[in-house]
Design a protein around this ligand. Structure first.
Ligand code: NAI
Ligand code: MG
Length: 364
């Protein structure tokens, strides 16, 4: 069997800085665990624009379609603010998402013990938290027709349409159940079936899909009640699956249960490829952070945890993903803090590579 393949797209700003630390972890896996990836690296965003005049070269797009997983840093920066919309760095990322048809956006909310006091919620409520929100990303109210602002009588009317086909619901639900099988075997589906027909269909289709996963416990919640439960007792959840709009809100709220932007990984998954693995793009939630770029201050953990997600969800290396997460937990427990994680007085922050050193040492 060939090695699992990974395309690395560091991008702009702190993207290359945090990705350098992930490259060291990938090398560690080859040396210490005998797990070798076929890694290729290419440009995206402003870096690609500088080299090719486009934020994503066709060759890079083709490569992204052929690998097992793509790992992206971040794109954008003030240098590119004046560019025409069609070649803005963000367009590179949007093209990847669109052409790979990445319909399931995965946003974990994971709380590392040492950071439990960073949360706005009580320590008990968040310590040990590990939940996953799966947000449908390619349909729903952000895309539905008709849309627009029209004149009606003597006033204007703003219109957006919530629209979901059975197949769109089916495929994102399947992603959620597949994930649950690799996690805590629970799925909670959130919609507003009490007031929205699209929600009624959502509930019916998710229930149907659930029959293919008898080991997974399925529950349903109205999304507003779900929002309350998420801040009341988030540990009741394992995987939450929801539509584009509700997922946008719920995933941002859940992210903040656990603290800094520099800690948050994400993944976007598409349909299964021939080898059974889903098309996949992994990336930290944060952007290129131009305010700290080039200063060795960036927290690499969001990117490191994105790689851990790739281990678990693209490469079926769940135990190795846990190894990485445990290493992160250990260095945080030992007190290593990049500047974004400083809360306590008198702690000297470590640099980006200093955090990388600590994670590698903990892996050993
Ligand atoms: P940002 O996420 O880049 O930064 C927001 C704040 O968080 C900044 O103060 C930054 O220093 C801090 N921060 C972010 N990541 C950090 C890390 N790993 N370690 C320590 N501190 C961190 O968002 P912002 O400032 O709104 O956008 C900056 C640029 O990034 C823009 O060009 C924007 O378009 C782009 N962007 C790209 C994204 C992507 O590539 N997926 C997502 C969000 C923004
Ligand atoms: Mg949002």
């Amino acid at each position: 069997m060939s090695n699992p393949s990974l395309l690395i797209l560091p991008g702009d700003g702190i993207g290359p800085e945090v990705m350098a630390e992930v490259r060291r972890i990938i090398a560690w896996f080859g040396e210490k665990r005998g797990i070798t990836f076929d890694v290729s690296e290419d440009l995206v965003g402003g870096a690609a624009y500088d080299a090719h005049g486009t934020p994503l070269h066709d060759d890079t797009m083709a490569k992204a379609q052929s690998v097992d997983a793509v790992l992206l840093g971040a794109v954008g920066g003030p240098k590119y603010d004046g560019l025409d919309f069609s070649v803005k760095p963000e367009r590179g990322l949007l093209r990847l998402r669109k052409e790979m048809d990445l319909f399931a956006n995965l946003r974990p909310a994971q709380c590392f013990d040492a950071l439990a006091d960073f949360s706005s919620l009580k320590r008990d409520v968040v310590a040990g938290l590990d939940i996953m929100i799966v947000r449908e990303l390619t349909s729903g109210i952000y895309f539905g027709e008709p849309r627009g602002i029209i004149e009606e009588g003597n006033e204007r009317v703003g219109i957006n349409t919530q629209r979901y086909t059975e197949s769109e619901i089916d495929r994102v639900a399947r992603s959620a159940f597949e994930l649950a099988m690799k996690r805590g075997k629970k799925v909670c589906s959130m919609e507003k079936a009490n007031v929205m027909e699209s929600g009624i269909l959502w509930r019916e289709v998710v229930t149907e899909v659930g029959k293919d996963y008898p080991e997974v416990e399925l529950s349903h919640m109205y999304a507003d009640a779900g929002a309350m439960q998420l801040v009341r007792w988030p540990k009741q959840f394992d995987v939450i699956v929801t539509d584009n709009l509700f997922g946008d809100l719920l995933s941002d709220a859940a992210a903040m249960l656990t603290g800094s932007l520099g800690m948050l990984p994400s993944a976007s998954l598409g349909a299964p490829m021939e080898n059974g693995r889903p098309k996949a793009l992994y990336e930290p939630v944060h952007g290129s952070a131009p305010d700290i770029a080039g200063q060795a201050k960036a927290n690499p953990i969001a990117c490191v945890l994105s790689f851990a997600m790739a281990l678990r969800y693209s490469f079926d290396l769940g135990a190795e993903a846990e190894r990485v997460e445990a290493a992160v937990n250990k260095v945080l427990g030992d007190g290593a803090r990049t500047a974004d994680l400083l809360g306590e007085e008198g702690v000297t922050p470590v640099s980006t590579s200093g955090m990388g050193d600590a994670i590698l040492a903990a892996l050993d």
